[in-house]
Design a protein around this ligand. Structure first.
Ligand SMILES: Cc1cc2nc3c(=O)[nH]c(=O)nc-3n(C[C@H](O)[C@H](O)[C@H](O)COP(=O)(O)OP(=O)(O)OC[C@H]3O[C@@H](n4cnc5c(N)ncnc54)[C@H](O)[C@@H]3O)c2cc1C
Length: 261
């Protein structure tokens, strides 16, 4: 079973600052981590390889420092990592991100299953998994919480829905996104850490992927970020003093005075 895991490097903090001139994230001095949902995708890929053989390839599109995330994926059990990086990929929206990753999957060729996280911590759209499937004309299953069976070119999974779960079967190859209920990611092994340090991480750019310059990065994006800002606090909180009942009376009166009730 050849599994491809898509992972994104994201800021490991919610205390991010926005450059008011460029409207982009100030990344200097911020610790980056693998998007937490993607660690479940890596773990599931590694478990599948342990059950069925084959290999796990981790792919990430990002700036050169995203190589660290791929090395971490190798320390967690992935066999290899490929970085998709090129100046023309910068400023990509989710559509051009998916286009670029789909070009890498086409170049890679032999894979049975593509696993993505359900969403990222920063962009948070959940677009990339389904868009990838659409661009590659593959079946897609979202919110997978258990792989029940995988064999003979087919897959049976449980996917989470609002009030329970559904069991879905699909032919392979397919794309799935996973939720954190699917497994408990392992810690890096000593052997994995050693392998990750010496691994060669190929970098595929526009030339290697033969991407259309009008379909990647900011140039190909259908959306533009006009402004990013932290919401301003509009009023200060107020703490009522006294016994609990007095505090409730004060609160109710205040809500009445302000016309809320
Ligand atoms: C106009 C515009 C400009 C932007 N410019 C920039 C920019 O300059 N720099 C920047 O960092 N971001 C930029 N972004 C954000 C960027 O488009 C998103 O980070 C990216 O498309 C992924 O979307 P998401 O984070 O919502 O991922 P989701 O769709 O929520 O991710 C779901 C899953 O898809 C996979 N995945 C997502 N992204 C990647 C990736 N890059 N590589 C591999 N797998 C992935 C992971 O498995 C992930 O769990 C821009 C967005 C817009 C709209």
């Amino acid at each position: 079973m050849n599994v491809v895991v898509c992972l994104k490097q994201v800021p490991g903090t919610t205390q991010v600052k926005i450059d008011p001139q460029t409207n982009t994230l100030i990344r200097q001095g911020i610790e980056n981590i693998i998007n937490p949902f993607d660690t479940y995708a890596i773990e599931e890929g590694v478990r599948l390889r342990e059950r069925t053989g084959g290999k796990v390839t981790a792919i990430s599109m990002g700036p050169p420092q995203a190589e660290t995330a791929l090395r971490e994926a190798i320390s967690l059990g992935a066999d290899e990592g490929i970085l998709l990086s090129d100046p023309t990929f910068a400023g990509a929206d989710t559509w051009t991100t998916s286009y670029t990753i789909s070009a890498a999957l086409r170049k890679l060729g032999q894979y049975d299953l593509v696993i993505c996280g359900r969403q990222t911590l920063d962009g948070d759209t959940g677009h990339v998994g389904p868009q990838l499937a659409e661009m590659l004309a593959l079946p897609f299953i979202a919110y997978v919480s258990q792989i029940e069976e995988i064999a003979d070119g087919s897959l049976r999974v449980q996917r989470m829905v609002e009030d329970g779960y559904e069991v879905v079967e699909s032919p392979l190859p397919a794309v799935i996104t996973v939720v954190k209920e699917i497994n408990m990611p392992r810690l890096p092994s000593l052997r994995g850490i050693a392998r990750s340090k010496s691994a060669t991480i190929p970098v595929w750019g526009a030339k290697e992927l033969n991407t259309d310059p009008g379909r990647v990065g900011l140039a190909g994006s259908f959306t533009r970020v006009i402004r990013i800002f932290s919401p301003q606090r509009v009023c200060q909180g107020e703490i009522f003093q006294g016994e609990a009942e007095e505090q409730v009376d004060c609160l109710v009166n205040r809500l009445k005075d302000d016309g809320f009730i």
